[in-house]
Design a protein around this ligand. Structure first.
Ligand code: PLP
Length: 397
């Protein structure tokens, strides 16, 4: 595979039918990432824990290089990178660590639009008596209600959980400002940067975020690898039973994630500008084709590849069924069982049921081009027209 494959060539080589526009759910592995993963499995396959021979040394060196790439993308230090199986595990470790630092239940304030990986972990810890939680509200664009955050902080909080960008509506949060407010009140902060990494600047100035969670498969790396970036993290504090032996690192996954972050770091700004342009084009086409369509989230401060919309009166499951096999998009609110629940994000935004039931999440990505956008707009509009026609026909029966 060509190491110097450009973004555009990557786009052409990965063209597939159905068109994939669900890049918030996961991303395909970039062939440049695959190259290094295969190399680490087949050629430089040493055990990074066994540095007394060349193979082990090479693997350990590759792991430390990967740490540097991951750290750079979130403006952190290499030593603070701890690899995990993904963001969910990173979040769970961060919360477990924060709990272990307290001799009483951890006081947590979390935004109402956090990913379930955060919310479910906190609720479980609360049921176990390990956490006392409070909620931070959002407005109808999913922007943080600043007075709600300040209210929580002034009550006394140990840990605040606010994501860098929302995985459903794409709203971006002012991480630096929130981190400063937390630290001014003596609270630590957990930033779930899973969707934000490489797609927006992650600059917190002189602040140091206490816990950052990120995931390989959201940045064109493999599934099953992620990282917790945390300056004061120590696994032995989290797991009291852990001995001094460290598990053999998943070198191929780690190096792949490092390469994915390196590519995001090099190309993310350009890629985001391209996707923002395509996203805006898709939005304009859908607004023109579908009278009554509503764009959800903060259209000014939004992830560049995110388009979240509702078509009132047109149930989203019916639309997805019509698009199946042609265009992969989602509602963004599937739970683990595969059953659809109303989105807790849209509920927290106070959106009416008509918008909840008809919401669609579209996530553009590295392989998306203008043709895809044109075809997607037509497919979605056609599906909506058919459903509307069938409903109005039913009304007249
Ligand atoms: N946090 C956010 C915002 C996400 O979007 C996701 C995945 O969808 C996760 C956490 C969980 O990530 P992972 O699949 O790496 O466990």
């Amino acid at each position: 595979m060509n190491e110097h494959l450009t973004q555009q060539a990557f786009a052409r080589t990965t063209k597939r039918w159905p068109i994939y526009m669900d890049h918030h759910a996961t991303t395909p592995v970039d062939s440049r990432v695959l190259d290094v993963a295969v190399r680490m499995m087949v050629e430089e396959f040493g055990n990074a824990n066994g540095v007394e021979n060349t193979h082990g040394e090479q693997a350990a060196h590759a792991v430390s290089q990967a740490k540097a790439f991951v750290a750079k993308i979130v403006s952190a230090e290499s030593d603070d990178v701890h690899f995990t199986s993904g963001s969910t595990e990173a979040i769970q470790l961060a919360i477990a660590h924060a709990i272990a630092l307290q001799s009483r239940p951890l006081r947590v304030a979390m935004s109402r639009v956090e990913h379930k990986a955060v919310i479910d972990t906190i609720l479980q810890a609360e049921r176990m008596g390990l956490v006392q939680k409070s909620w931070i509200s959002v407005d109808d664009k999913a922007c943080l209600d600043w007075s709600s955050l300040e209210g929580a902080l002034s009550q006394g909080v140990d840990l605040v959980c606010v994501m860098a960008a929302n995985n459903e509506v794409g709203t971006i949060y002012p991480v630096q400002r929130i981190t400063r407010a937390c630290h001014d009140h003596g609270a630590a902060i957990l930033v779930d940067a899973t969707q934000a990494v490489g797609r927006m600047a992650f600059d917190v100035g002189s602040e140091v975020v206490d816990y950052i969670a990120l995931s390989g498969h959201k940045v064109y790396g493999p599934k099953g690898i992620g990282a917790l970036v945390a300056p004061n993290f120590d696994r032995s504090t989290t797991y009291g039973l852990q001995g001094s032996h460290s598990p053999t690192p998943n070198v191929a996954g780690i190096v792949a994630m490092g390469r994915a972050c390196e590519i995001m770091d090099l190309e993310g700004v350009q890629e985001s500008a391209r996707l923002e342009h395509l996203r805006n084009h898709l939005q304009q086409r859908l607004v023109a084709l579908l009278p009554g369509v509503v764009i959800n989230g903060d259209v000014v401060n939004r992830l560049p590849h995110n388009l979240h919309l509702s078509v009132p009166g047109v149930p989203n499951d019916v639309i997805l069924a019509r698009l199946r096999g042609k265009l992969s998009i989602s509602t963004g609110s599937a739970c683990n069982t595969g059953a659809q629940e109303p989105s807790h994000v849209l509920q927290a935004m106070g959106l009416p049921d008509a918008l909840l039931e008809s919401c669609l999440r579209i996530g553009l990505g590295r392989s998306t081009d203008l043709d895809d956008v044109e075809v997607a707009a037509t497919l979605i509009a056609d599906a909506v027209h058919v459903v509307r026609a069938s409903f109005s026909g039913a009304d007249h029966v």
